[in-house]
Design a protein around this ligand. Structure first.
Ligand code: T46
Length: 130
């Protein structure tokens, strides 16, 4: 199982500003089946607190910054996302928590599966035993 990792996305710079881009199976190691974004998060709010047995994701801080703590049951690591040309890959069966959202932060999420409310493990002990 691949532990979550940060990676650089293309950044095309010209005098009019920058542009970043991703494509399925190029920068993104799966077919994107869903895109959602999280924004207007109040200060000191913790989001996430779950794992997905069957949904891979890429998180991108398209504006502002936030932290993501990931945990595979054996080790955990906190990543600070603060660049629109950087993605955090989170594979299956990884517990994640998002915190420390800056004012105006926007977390873009590219997911490998459609939304399925039954596809969440929300209890940490169940996650460890899964
Ligand atoms: C994840 C992290 C990074 C939908 O109706 N459709 C959707 O596709 C999603 C993602 C959510 N929702 C509804 C379900 C809840 O009523 O939106 C509400 C908030 O979702 P949730 O509490 O799961 O949000 P987060 O920020 O805790 O977690 C989300 C994703 O759910 C999750 O897959 O990995 O972002």
């Amino acid at each position: 199982m691949t532990f979550p990792y940060l990676f650089e996305l293309p950044k095309i710079i010209d005098s009019r500003g920058n542009l970043s881009v991703v494509e399925n199976h190029k920068e993104i190691p799966f077919d994107i089946q869903r895109v959602f974004w999280i924004y207007d998060v109040p200060t000191n709010i913790l989001r996430g607190g779950h794992a997905h047995p069957n949904s891979e994701q890429i998180l991108i801080a398209v504006h502002g910054r936030f932290s993501v703590t990931v945990d595979n049951g054996k080790k955990h690591e906190t990543f600070m996302l603060d660049k629109p040309n950087q993605g955090l890959f989170i594979g299956n069966n990884i517990w994640r928590e998002m915190s420390d959202f800056s004012d105006g932060a926007v977390c873009l999420v590219l997911a490998s599966k459609p939304y399925d409310p039954t596809g969440y493990i929300r209890n940490y002990d169940d996650f460890l035993n899964s």
